[in-house]
Design a protein around this ligand. Sequence first.
Ligand code: FAD
Length: 271
Amino acid sequence: MDSEPNATVTMRYEINHGLLVLQVTPDEEMLPFVAGQYTTLGLPGAAPRHYAAEPEDPPADPARVIKRAYSIASSSLQGRYFEFFVALVRTGALTPRLFALEQGDRVFLGRRIVGMFTLGDVPPGKDVVFVATGTGLAPYLSMLRSRYAFDAGQRTVVVHGSRVSYDLGYRSELEGLAARYPSFHYLPIIDRPDRDPGWTGQVGFVDRYFADGTVSRSLGHPITPENTVVFLCGNPLMVQGMMAYLGALGFRRHTRKEPGHLFVEEFWKED
Ligand SMILES: Cc1cc2nc3c(=O)[nH]c(=O)nc-3n(C[C@H](O)[C@H](O)[C@H](O)COP(=O)(O)OP(=O)(O)OC[C@H]3O[C@@H](n4cnc5c(N)ncnc54)[C@H](O)[C@@H]3O)c2cc1C
């Protein structure tokens, strides 16, 4: 059947309460994909929910497989497993079940890998700014891990917003890239400093980095649609806010029909 488990959890690691790195190995050969694309994970309603999740009311149909989209965080080159970076939605249908998975457990993994949120349409020579909140970092990790052109002359900036510093997943990996490549800049920012009194870095929402000139200083020039493309991924409020901010600077959303300077992936829609 099309929803039978067809993959095994080969690694699970909680970055912090509510933030999970999950590596999943398919039974069959790995499907090829382009860094930035997404696939589906699924579990039946009968699968147990994580202890930190809220109880479901009404309970899910035990036989129905709950499926959701997840961006692939692993490299498109390694060919052994898919890595995902997942946030727990305590009232959610699937994530409480994903968080309850242990190494060796079985899971449904989509047989299609899709999405236009890739580097394929970025004109050569343009600087690239990747903006994420929370697990919106996942597609950028895949891009940066998939033979990213760090030395091709352009500059790259990752702006990652989270609530507190201990939610800044993959921080050491990104700091390592920044130490290694002078053209690469990593700008973490938190919006709940009251819960993280030891944090001495940037505070606020990601747009502050643009408004106060930090992103422009990292790029070495004012940010314009002529010299830079911007990727936005994660929370729809951040995405909409950044689209409005960058729209005022002349940035337009990229589509297949009308090439633009803004590449957008929203993880959910605001009601
Ligand atoms: C193209 C695409 C790629 C995605 N990639 C990822 C990914 O890499 N990692 C990831 O964690 N999620 C990702 N998502 C979101 C994911 O598909 C699910 O919506 C999410 O995991 C919640 O599932 P659920 O069944 O637990 O919640 P549901 O019962 O479906 O409830 C959905 C509600 O949960 C909230 N929500 C959804 N996603 C999040 C989130 N990440 N953080 C906080 N609140 C959220 C929203 O209020 C949303 O309306 C992606 C979505 C899309 C469309």
